[in-house]
Design a protein around this ligand. Sequence first.
Ligand code: FE
Length: 255
Amino acid sequence: MDESEGRPVDRRGFIRDAAVGAAAFAAPGKLMGDQDESHGHSHDHGHDHDHDHQDVPPDIALRVRALESVLVEKGMVDSAALDEIVDTYENRVGPRNGAEVVAKAWVDSAYRERLLADGTAAIGELGHLGGQGEHMKVVANTPAVHNLVVCTLCSCYPWPTLGLPPVWYKSAPFRARAVIEPREVLSEFGLDLPDDVEVRVWDSTAEIRYLVLPERPAGTEGMTEEELAEIVTRDSMIGVARVETPSGANPGGDA
Ligand code: FE
């Protein structure tokens, strides 16, 4: 929270300026024309065109590619290294590490206590710390409390436990609405909470990232830790879903 208070405009401004700078390298012709207009004087291209005049290309992917191409061209990053990082978090880490943490907390009450008392240390016990996950706080759902994680400023997310954030997590509507009307947002995700369940919204930042410890579903008493890890979803650890009883399980007992 600390980080998002005080200087959000500076950080947004930085991101915007960086994107504009990168776009200028990538497409100097177009941006020069646009800059003319942003300086406030009129101009006439003398030709018909249907593109919008704006400082930054609207497509975030375009901006990212422009940034990447400049950084690669200047020798500041290596394309192959970037691919490796993306592949690691997209395909190899994913949310499975977080699911392991949750499953262990479900079967081991001492671990659960350590996890809630010091998330960073307890997640570290399983070896799932790293960049974008140095300071972790784990918040537990109960029958009376439901936790939801958002990054209102940008897209802070615990990479070592959950992999890369989903597109909707980074979207402006989710970031704004999660704090204004969390129940409506959850409902749109298919999670309708009774009025007597308190909703707590946690704002992730560069300093601290949150992981939701979902409730263990009924009917899973006979399942092993490994089997439990299989049913824990990414969305349940962000707090936009519950973990459901698997179809083969018997909520009535006799597993
Ligand atoms: Fe963020």
